[in-house]
Write a protein that binds this ligand. Structure first.
Ligand code: C5P
Length: 223
């Protein structure tokens, strides 16, 4: 590890993305959205005509993944595959399913390991994912595990998708979240579990601002 790392792990919809972006901004550190790498891998398979079930072919796609992240002044992150913008399509429910399907393949996780570690550069890195504190950056200086009830996370996701103009059903979203949670936490490699030394924050009944305050308090305490 060449620079300090703060790992932010947890299930989808627990506020990880928002919290880690705010944190990276506040500290002036680099930011790794590891979920985006899995999402792009799933999308790249669709583009290349590779089935998500064809593990050796998916692994090849992950190994040679031509992905780039561009940070727009608006704070928006543009994700491109082979130079073409895939930012919107990878954020759909289908994109999430693809990501979690390819993420369950051990060789794919291996292929993306070195690439994730390359993000660790001075002055520091905020890494957002599922296994940042357990596998990718086990020596992270500070580890957070953000969580919230599945119902609350489905509700948040519902509002987010509606505001983007996607038509979705809340019960279907809840089902998707529960399915994805089950798949992510029972897979044999890098299951979604808090690191032993992680600070667990449950945001079911708190606002994002309250969670961020709590996170900043821990960062200050760490010095
Ligand atoms: O964080 P995000 O929702 O974008 O992640 C999409 C999917 O990618 C997750 O449901 C999970 O299956 C997978 N993922 C992972 N390990 C990570 C980040 C994401 O397995 N570090």
């Amino acid at each position: 590890q060449d620079a300090p790392v703060i790992a932010v792990d947890g299930p989808s919809g627990a506020g990880k993305g928002t919290i880690s972006h705010l944190l990276a901004d506040r500290l002036g550190w680099h930011f790794l959205d590891s979920g985006a790498l899995y999402r792009v891998t799933g999308q790249a398979c669709l583009i290349e005509g590779v089935s998500w079930d064809d593990h050796p072919a998916v692994t090849e796609v992950a190994r040679h993944l031509d992905v780039s992240f561009t940070y727009a002044e608006s704070g928006e992150v543009l994700v491109a595959y082979k130079g073409a913008d895939v930012s919107a399509v990878i954020r759909t429910e289908e994109g999430g399913r693809g990501a979690s399907t390819v993420a369950a393949i051990p060789a794919v996780r291996d292929a993306l390991l070195a690439r994730q570690r390359e993000f660790c550069r001075p002055p520091g890195l905020v890494a957002d994912g599922r296994d940042m504190g357990t596998v990718v950056f086990p020596a992270a200086d500070l580890k957070f595990f953000l969580t919230a009830s599945a119902e609350e996370r489905a509700e948040r996701r519902f509002k987010q998708l509606i505001s983007k103009g996607e038509s979705v059903s809340l019960p279907r979203l809840l089902e998707d979240i529960q399915e994805r949670d089950a798949r992510d936490s029972t897979r044999s490699v890098s299951p979604l579990v808090p690191a032993e030394d992680a600070i667990v924050i449950d945001s079911t009944t708190t606002t994002i601002e309250q969670v961020f305050d709590q996170v900043m308090l821990e960062v200050a305490r760490k010095g």
